[in-house]
Design a protein around this ligand. Structure first.
Ligand code: PLP
Length: 450
């Protein structure tokens, strides 16, 4: 199949077609091969469109909205800079993430610091930079009191509350359960009174934050969490006799459809649900902050890897590829919660035809569970073919797991054109062997015995 055939059949501007063009072009241009057997690909056009869809979904006359990107979902400076150009800020949760956001040119006014374990040094830096801080708990709020020492506070400060509205289908992603480690548990005895008193004592406390969960949390539950935060802000403001809470930070967490190329639920689905369930959020009295990660990036990323060997064991066919736990950690360790679509590609990076065979798709790591798909019906994979792991733009190749000293693969951003050509721009260089050695202490003096 030629590139022209691909573009004519399906229209070059569909996400799936752009991806198909990029996979073939990446193989042809040698971005994946014997020397670099696995790589990450990001659809720059798709990222820009996802950002545009987010802005469009929430835009409301008279409401100031800051959309931040949860940096942990794709901690890559060129991605943060691209999103910055698209009008997004950054949600950071560690000194490293803050440094990445600053390196990408994200202004302090569009940066939010959330973390359940901020140190005094981190808090001091954020306050000095004027970055918004969401305190997680009473002890952290007391630390901020100490740092301000009765003086004025230039940075916006909020408190994270856990509305305890319940969890979704993945326990590890559910942040609003009764016993979640995040925020002030609002329904615990005495908690509401404590929150009201905390705001009454601190006139500079002017934001309220909640993040109800991530993948697996139903939209209605997310909206219930936002409603609880909104109602709390109304009570705080009524008690204060003024608009003390001026900004509601509603977190991120829009789930992603890993089953097909369809984008569902969409940012519009969620924004419309919020307009219905929490109309006061959009009436102009509050500014809004959002913190989406996965929904902005997941469907814009693909892992492309070579099939090194094809074998069979106990009647099961196994394709041994270079994409395993190091780039698809969650899928390998909790396959039931994080199934991925796998495309079978031939040696040139074109979709493989032919009869389907049930097979396992394994990674390169030395443990038996290093499988990204099991019992999957795919065109039979052979040595020299390729596999593509779809929807891996968030929390996959950008969150490397250094098992077996496997190097961090390169990441490329692609732009597909109407004539079928594809340009690639580097997003992250592949980790070199000298870098890997240095990171593993190779340049340090030997340990002394005894
Ligand atoms: C992880 C996280 C997000 C982003 O979650 P997604 O599911 O990627 O949208 C937003 N806010 C906070 C506080 C988070 O911890």
């Amino acid at each position: 199949m030629t590139d022209a055939a691909v573009t004519n059949e399906t229209g070059w501007d569909e996400a799936g077609t752009r991806r198909e063009l990029a996979l073939h072009a990446a193989v042809r241009q040698g971005l994946v091969g014997a020397a670099e057997p696995v790589t990450g690909l990001l659809d720059a056009t798709g990222i820009e469109r996802s950002a545009r869809a987010l802005h469009a979904a929430f835009a409301t006359p008279g409401v100031a909205i800051t959309h931040t990107f949860a940096v942990k979902a794709a901690s890559l400076v060129p991605v943060l800079a691209l999103l910055g150009e698209c009008g997004l800020g950054a949600e950071v949760a560690s000194p490293g993430e803050l440094a990445l956001a600053r390196a990408a040119g994200i202004p302090a006014a569009a940066t939010v610091l959330d973390s359940p374990a901020k140190t005094v040094a981190e808090l001091r830096e954020a306050l000095a930079l004027g970055i918004a801080v969401n305190a997680d708990n009473p002890q952290e709020l007391a630390r901020i009191d100490g740092l301000l020492d009765g003086g004025p506070c230039a940075a916006p400060i909020g408190l994270r509350v856990n509305p305890q509205v319940g969890g979704g289908s993945i326990d590890a992603m559910s942040t609003a359960t009764a016993t979640s480690k995040f925020g002030v548990a609002l329904r615990d005895p005495g908690a509401l009174d404590w929150v009201l008193a905390a705001y009454a004592r601190r006139p500079w406390l002017n934001r309220l934050h909640t993040h109800t969960g991530s993948q697996g949390v139903p939209l209605e539950l997310m909206a219930a969490g936002v409603l609880a935060a909104y109602e709390l802000a109304e009570r705080i403001n009524a008690a204060a006799g003024r608009q003390q809470v001026t900004v509601l930070d509603i977190g991120g967490g829009l789930p992603v459809n890993f089953g097909s190329d369809e984008v569902t639920p969409s940012f519009t689905d969620y924004a419309d649900l919020l307009r219905a369930r929490v109309p006061g959020l959009f009436d102009g009295r509050y500014g809004l902050v959002t913190e989406f990660g996965r929904a902005l990036l997941a469907k814009n990323g693909t892992v492309l890897a070579r099939v090194e060997y094809a074998k069979s064991a106990g009647g099961r066919r196994i394709a041994v590829t270079h994409a395993g736990a190091q780039v698809a950690t969650r899928t390998v360790f909790t396959p039931g919660a994080w199934p991925l679509r796998v495309l079978a590609l031939d040696g040139k990076g074109y979709p493989k035809g032919g009869e389907q065979a049930v097979q396992d798709v394994a990674g390169p790591c030395c443990f038996a569970g290093d499988l990204v798909a099991t019992g999957r019906a795919l065109p039979l994979l052979e040595a020299g073919d390729h596999v593509a792991l779809l929807d891996t733009g968030a929390y996959y190749f950008s969150n490397h797991f250094a098992y077996n000293s496997l190097p961090r693969p390169a990441v490329w951003a692609f732009t597909a054109h109407a004539d079928g050509t594809v340009d690639f721009a580097p997003v992250r260089a592949p980790q070199t062997l000298p870098e890997l050695l240095a990171e593993s202490g190779a340049n340090l003096p030997p340990l002394r015995r005894g």
